[in-house]
Ligand binder design. Structure first.
Ligand code: MF3
Ligand code: CO
Length: 264
């Protein structure tokens, strides 16, 4: 499958969708504190998506015969991704919570994620969050025209494993544009120099998922929630990036909500 290249118009629309996704994430991050439920974060995310004139790309997303039931994905501690928000899931001091926001706007999708500490967390979890966030930066730096997708993968894997953590293999980053998942797949592990060549105008969702323990995962009986097989904590950071001759440009940068058209 060939990797879609966005033209000027597509890039402008991607900018808007990504700015909205980032603004929603930016608005819900500070709500994280002990005592709130993941459903509270879902409702805040849902409301911000609507206020900014977008739609969730998660709700109704079909995988096999199942449709994802919420507007956001909220994954706590050993949950890697695709945690379903719940009134019963109360956040406690020391937890880590991954917020994944994917929106549709004007025919294009913006995708981003961030893992937030709930109050003070253990030094081990502090390191997990820091290393995962930094691994995303190292991956993005490799999204250079003339490089290959494997250069992104290898940079992430190398940094994560050098710090004693493991990268999830069962889920990967991806191209993003007129649908949530487009070619190419962007694994967080792999070999430098492998995979497709990077050209200008690609929009890539780069998203390391990093486990404190082993890389293996399993799916809970809800059919969605991915957890670490060994129960170790997991972190997830994601940006949508545009490739250009001048280097990678992160599109998922929040705007002040007053600078984004608000729909009442
Ligand atoms: N960012 C996630 C992904 O790229 C969003 C999944 S939405 C869900 O897979 F509906 F599948 F949960
Ligand atoms: Co994604």
């Amino acid at each position: 499958m060939t990797i879609p290249i966005k033209n000027k118009d597509g890039i402008a629309r991607m900018r808007e969708a990504c700015a909205i996704a980032a603004t929603v994430l930016d608005q819900i991050k500070p709500l994280v504190r002990p005592g709130i439920t993941t459903q509270d974060l879902e409702e805040a995310g849902r409301d911000w998506i609507a206020r900014l004139g977008a739609r969730s790309a998660c709700i109704g997303y079909q995988h096999g015969s199942r449709r994802y039931p919420a507007h956001t994905c909220i994954s706590v501690n050993d949950e890697v991704v695709h945690g379903i928000p719940s009134l019963r899931r109360v956040l406690r001091e020391g937890d880590i919570v991954s917020l994944d926001i994917v929106v549709w706007h004007d025919g294009y999708v913006g995708d981003n994620a961030y893992t937030v500490p709930v109050g003070p967390i253990s030094p081990a979890n502090e390191k997990l969050l820091r290393v995962t966030r930094e691994s995303l930066d190292f991956g993005i730096k490799q999204a250079l025209v003339g490089n290959r997708i494997g250069d992104i993968s290898a940079a992430i894997q190398q940094y994560v494993e050098a710090n004693g953590f493991s990268v999830v293999r069962d889920m990967v980053g991806h191209g993003v544009g007129v649908s949530m998942h487009e070619p190419p797949e962007i694994p967080n592990f792999g070999r430098r120099g492998s995979g497709d060549k990077i050209k200008p105008g690609m929009t890539l969702a780069i998203e390391p998922m990093v486990n404190a323990g082993g890389y293996k995962t399993k799916t809970l009986s809800d059919g969605w929630t991915i957890v670490t097989a060994d129960g170790s904590p997991s972190a997830h950071f994601e940006h949508t990036v545009l490739t250009t001759e001048r280097g990678p440009e992160i599109l998922t940068i929040p705007r002040s909500p007053s600078a984004v058209p608000v729909t009442f």
